[in-house]
Design a protein around this ligand. Structure first.
Ligand SMILES: Nc1ncnc2c1ncn2[C@@H]1O[C@H](COP(=O)(O)OP(=O)(O)O)[C@@H](O)[C@H]1O
Ligand SMILES: [Mg+2]
Length: 510
């Protein structure tokens, strides 16, 4: 039980009493009270309240005022315990007496994982360096369940996907939820700043508390450090040191049966005991979606939450919602791109943001100052992947930019192979690009097909036009199209280039 002045609150039973009298607290008001208690005297912003109390809908801010005045009324003489922090939010000013409130980790508040028990119980294990996420994770409930399940049975689970798709965020949420639900010790290690093989060992050693004498840590000390520990290590950002990350991970899990590794990477580690989980984009509304369906889609919820986070006015009339849906669709539901777009929309408005999408690399800059450089602009995020490609993969990627819709391996070879690059080399490059999550694959037709996210495609096309190859690629594409005009690809190409794409213009002008 928690006491605020004369009022006693049970978060577990969701009840409040004045002396012995049960108070009538509405469920929204109780949600707010719970949030304030859990903040332990820190300010809770209006945005946090909106996200916590109305997670699936867009509501006016004055709903908060209504609930707060109801709460203050209930608190009676103790109403001043809730202080308004002008322009920001609210906080509890009186000392909360009673049991430690349940810790709420923002990142996992959507999931069923909000418990931290007493010593020796689930949730009391040591957490080293796992970042706290203050914003709720959107649209990832089933992903979290699936990854957690995979970690039960497999020593290494790798979250794969292009930059900005949400691998780190999802990994952190899973890690925090496992820490809260079991007695597994968890530890977060980022390899983002590591640029050489030994750096992987050093980063792990530091996180695992391995003493190092002067010089480098021996791999055997790491092995000794994990043995006998029921431990989950989240190893973030492996792609640029993939080989050493793979070697170290394999060695560690072979040495300790209780060790689990949750890696994030734009490319699989390809170790012996590994399962992959491809992190999907947030779902986007169809072109004909109703306003309700638009509001229900994860990408739209994420975009609107991002706009609210910077206190932007969010219009939710059908016209505005349709524009938001277009933004989410054209940015493929990729959270990083949506985050950058929401920041721009907050300044320039939604309408201008839609029109600037054709020029997304110029427009989608200005990410969070505190984000790593590769996440500050859309272009930087793609540059990071691009620099990890082989030179053949780069050339093939430029050429694949010509495809506005799904394409087969046959189409890719017809357009990307030339005297200097055999179909076999093109195939191998596509396999490499797909495993690095630069080219996406689909299995929903009988033959495997490939596609580029719109942002990747714009990036590839720009590179194609910067090279002196665009004419020959367009010629090969036109010849291929003439051959397959009535086949699915030909039809899809025509449908997809009905809009104003670089490829369509150039193809049409021949
Ligand atoms: N499901 C989600 N809900 C809320 N925010 C998200 C979600 N996925 C990603 N984000 C945010 O989007 C940005 C990019 O996500 P991140 O996890 O860093 O991507 P990645 O690791 O794949 O490059 C981050 O600011 C992150 O907080
Ligand atoms: Mg990441």
């Amino acid at each position: 039980m928690i006491k605020i002045g004369r009022v006693t609150v049970s978060l577990e039973r969701r009840e409040a009493y004045l002396d012995d009298r049960l108070l009538q607290v509405g469920s929204r008001a109780f949600d707010i009270l719970e949030l304030l208690i859990q903040a332990r005297g820190k300010t809770v912003t209006k945005d946090e309240i909106l996200r916590h109390v109305w997670p699936n809908s867009v509501v006016e801010e004055n709903n908060i005022h209504v609930q707060l005045s109801a709460l203050r009324k209930i608190l009676g003489d103790d109403k001043d315990a809730i202080r308004t922090i002008s322009g920001r939010g609210y906080r509890l000013t009186t000392q909360v007496e009673g049991d430690e409130p349940v810790a709420l980790s923002g990142a996992v508040q959507d999931g069923p994982t909000r418990q931290i028990g007493p010593a020796g119980q689930p949730g009391t294990a040591r957490r080293t360096g796992v970042p706290v996420c203050h914003a709720p994770l959107i649209g990832r409930d089933s992903a979290m369940a699936e990854i957690t399940r995979a970690l039960n049975g497999t020593p290494i689970v790798t979250l794969l996907g292009p930059g900005g798709i949400g691998k780190t965020q999802l990994g952190i949420a899973v890690t925090r939820s496992i820490a809260a639900e079991s007695d597994r010790e968890v530890c977060f290690v980022t390899l983002a700043a590591v640029d050489h093989a030994q750096g992987v060992v050093s980063a792990l050693a530091e996180a695992l508390g391995v003493e190092r004498a002067d010089g480098d840590v021996a791999l055997s000390s790491l092995v000794a450090a994990v043995q006998g520990r029921t431990l989950l290590v989240m190893l973030d950002n492996c792609e640029h040191v993939i080989e050493s990350a793979a070697t170290v991970c394999e060695l560690l899990v072979q040495a300790s049966a209780d060790l689990r590794i949750l890696a994030t990477s734009r490319e699989p580690l390809r170790t012996r005991d590994e399962k992959f989980y491809w992190v999907a984009p947030l779902d986007t509304p169809d072109a004909e979606a109703s306003p309700q369906a638009i509001l229900a889609s994860s990408s739209v919820r994420f975009f609107l939450a991002q706009m609210r986070a910077v206190n932007a006015d969010v219009e939710t009339d059908p016209g505005s919602l349709e524009m938001v849906a277009t933004i989410c669709r054209r940015l493929d539901g990729v959270p990083l791109a949506l985050e950058l777009a929401a920041a721009r929309a907050a300044v320039f408005g939604i309408r201008k943001t839609v029109t600037e999408l054709d020029d997304r690399f110029q427009f989608l800059t200005g990410g969070r100052r505190t984000a790593p450089p590769r996440q500050q602009t859309l272009e930087a995020s793609l540059d990071w992947s691009y620099q990890l490609l082989s030179s053949t993969e780069r050339i093939v990627l430029h050429r694949l930019g010509i495809f506005p819709a799904r394409f087969s391996l046959e189409a890719a070879c017809a357009v990307a192979a030339c005297e200097r690059l055999s179909p076999n080399e093109v195939t191998e490059a596509i396999v490499g690009l797909a495993s690095k999550c630069v080219v996406m694959t689909t299995f929903d037709s009988r033959t495997k097909e490939y596609f580029l996210l719109e942002t990747t495609r714009e990036y590839a096309l720009r590179k194609l036009y910067e090279s002196d190859e665009s004419d020959e690629v367009l010629t090969r594409n036109a010849a291929y199209l003439a051959r397959v005009e009535e086949q699915p690809y030909g039809r899809r190409f025509r449908a997809a280039t009905g809009g104003n794409t670089l490829a369509a213009e150039s193809v049409a002008s021949r």
